[in-house]
Write a protein that binds this ligand. Structure first.
Ligand code: FAD
Ligand code: N01
Length: 537
């Protein structure tokens, strides 16, 4: 007897992914009385916050702002405990929201979507899962995450390694105790920088393999300030609105002056005061031109390098940790708790892979051009195939069977980061070409979900069944995304924003830098003009 099906054969909408995006999409579609299922590869909901359980995993947008705004009672009731929420706290928040709105009953877990094919005649998508089930749906919404496909280091030998190895984004649920072990960490991005201080506290010896040093600022994390909570809760609606209209999805006072027009002492005072705030936007938002002018940027970069030299006792190690040769902010900067201080411990050593490149993983550890480092456990904090990885892992075929992979061979193209010409009725949430990873993502997720739910309601009200970006609208938007990016320093840096961390990936800035507020206005205007740039039938 065959096992019971997990999915019905027909639905209005299939949503792929049960993180913040997929769950909110489900909530909105239910309110439209649409039949919908969310298909999730993981064994539970939560997305990023389900998978990334490495020690120290934490958000770097403050708790009061990294949360849904769609449920005003929830935002009054929910109590965050720390300034920056930890992974377990965010996951329990997601579980709470799912239970509060009874979302789980429409989520199908442990199931990977392997293909989605569009049929021109019926104007439906056939979605296939890894257990061979197929479901036909009018709409397919990809809530697959921008940072959900792990990337391993491009060196041979991992399968030979006799110890245990872990990727930060696929961490065992039971945790890992490194007590008494010799541990290696490869990678010093946000994940590595959060995990390293905690692993160092457990391990007998820790070796950190660094290819590119990162700019990292202290969180000064701690129990949440209750006066601040009361103040925010008393005007949450207003703050949420300001966030939606802001540059990066967090309501802050925008800078008004160039870094080059103030005298060096005043500049230093301003950077110091902002450093003490313990957030990402402080120093980077001090002046208008920090992300656009190299000389301006270097004033902030040198300030951070000065801090590293102050914190790290050994001058040689400090110099290795100092980021040089790229602009501060153009690789995602990190927030840490005691990262640079960790290198003042005798049992922690830093290996600079620019001096002695990684050669291979061996049975016993890690080999660089300088020799072999024997370890018991290996932690890969080597990041993600970001933005496009999860979409291109699925065999997506649009009109006339054209694959998304083929369409995107020179890089992703989507109108408004929402829909690709030739792929009708398929949408991405926080897709390439939207502010996405260059914003407080919850704000961007809510904006996309609400815009899509309005569109689907409009389609139904007007008895329409196919919506698709025109080639012209897609091209104009994609050119605009590039032009705005080219006005900044981002394209000059090799980063995952540019696809530069994955060999062979097209190199282009995948997120839209025009700002969350202006982007939101553009989307509103498109909808108000009868979905300008989309062909509807
Ligand atoms: P995800 O949470 O990534 O969920 C996507 C889900 O889709 C995953 O569960 C995945 O398993 C599933 N999926 C993918 N492909 C398939 C498939 N083919 N079939 C079935 N299921 C599939 N953002 C911020 O704004 N601020 C932060 O401080 C911040 N911190 C972060 C820290 C870490 C460690 C990471 C990795 C990301 C962080 N982010 C942060 C970005 C974070 O990804 C978003 O804020 C947000 O959680 C994304 O939600 P999502 O639902 O869009 O995607
Ligand atoms: O990944 P990364 P991540 N040999 O790509 C190195 C979010 N996030 O998981 O820079 C040697 O940033 C690589 O070196 P290089 C946030 O958006 C947020 O840390 O390519 N080294 C780099 O040092 C973040 O930006 C938080 O030269 C190799 C590291 O591995 C995004 O997720 C926390 C290598 C990868 O860094 C990704 O962060 C965690 C190789 N072959 C994540 N390949 C917050 O705090 C890669 N590296 C909110």
């Amino acid at each position: 007897m065959s096992a019971a099906r997990k999915l019905p054969t027909e639905l209005d909408v299939v949503v792929v992914g049960a993180g913040f995006s997929g769950l909110y999409m489900l909530y909105k579609l239910r309110r439209l009385n649409m039949t919908v299922k969310v298909v999730e590869a993981g064994s539970d909901i939560g997305g990023t916050w389900f998978w990334n359980r490495y020690p120290g995993a934490r958000c770097d947008v403050e708790s009061m702002h990294y949360s849904y705004s769609f449920d005003p009672e929830l935002e009054q009731e929910w109590e965050w405990t720390e300034k920056y929420p930890s992974q377990p706290e965010i996951l329990s928040y997601i579980h709470h929201v799912a239970d509060r709105h009874d979302l789980r009953r429409d989520v199908v877990l442990d199931t990977t979507v392997t293909s989605a094919h569009y049929d021109d005649d019926s104007a439906t998508w056939t979605v296939t899962t890894d257990d061979g089930e197929q479901v036909r749906a009018r709409y397919c919404i990809m809530a697959v995450g921008c940072l959900s496909v792990p990337k391993k280091p491009e060196v041979p030998g991992l399968e030979r390694f006799r110890g245990d190895w872990y990727h930060t984004c696929d961490w065992p649920e039971s945790g890992v105790d490194f007590t008494g072990q010799r541990v290696a960490v490869i990678g010093t991005g946000s994940s590595g920088i959060q995990a390293i201080p905690i692993i160092a506290k457990q391990a007998a010896e820790l070796t950190v393999f660094q290819r590119t040093p990162n700019f990292s600022l202290p969180t000064f994390n701690g129990p949440i300030d209750q006066d601040l909570v009361a103040d925010i809760k008393s005007r949450y609606r207003e703050i949420r609105e300001e966030s939606r209209r802001s540059g990066f999805g967090v309501a802050i006072e925008p800078p008004t002056r160039s870094a080059l027009e103030v005298d060096p002492e005043e500049r230093l005072r301003s950077y110091e005061e902002r450093w003490q705030r313990g957030n990402l936007t402080g120093v980077l938002q001090a002046y208008t031109d920090l992300l656009a002018d190299e000389r301006a940027n270097d004033t902030a970069a040198e300030f951070v390098r000065g801090k590293i030299r102050e914190i790290v006792d050994d001058p040689e190690t400090a110099e290795k940790l100092c980021p040089k040769g790229y602009a501060f902010g153009t690789k995602r900067p990190c927030l840490d708790t005691g990262y640079y201080e960790t290198f003042n411990n005798d049992h922690v050593q830093l290996v600079d892979l620019r001096e002695t490149p990684l050669v291979e993983i061996t049975e016993r550890g890690v080999r660089t051009s300088a020799g072999e480092y024997e370890v018991d456990s290996l932690v890969l904090a080597t990041g993600f195939d970001a933005m496009t990885g999860a979409l291109l892992n699925i065999d997506i075929r649009g009109r006339q069977g054209r694959t998304l992979k083929d369409k995107w061979s020179d890089g992703p193209a989507l109108y408004l980061g929402l829909n690709a010409a030739g792929f009708p009725n398929m949408f991405t949430i926080t897709g390439p070409g939207s502010p996405s990873v260059l914003s407080n993502m919850i704000v961007s997720i809510e904006q996309h979900v609400e815009w899509l739910s309005d569109l689907l309601e409009y389609m139904r009200r007007n008895e329409l069944r196919v919506v698709e970006a025109t080639e012209t609208a897609e091209k104009e938007w994609t050119d605009h995304v590039r032009e705005v990016g080219d006005m900044t320093l981002y394209p000059k840096t090799d980063s995952w924003y540019m696809g530069a961390n994955v060999p062979g990936k097209p190199r282009l800035l995948m997120a839209y830098l025009g700002g969350v507020g202006p982007y939101w206005e553009k989307c509103q205007q498109v909808a108000a003009d009868g979905y300008e740039g989309f062909a509807l039938q």
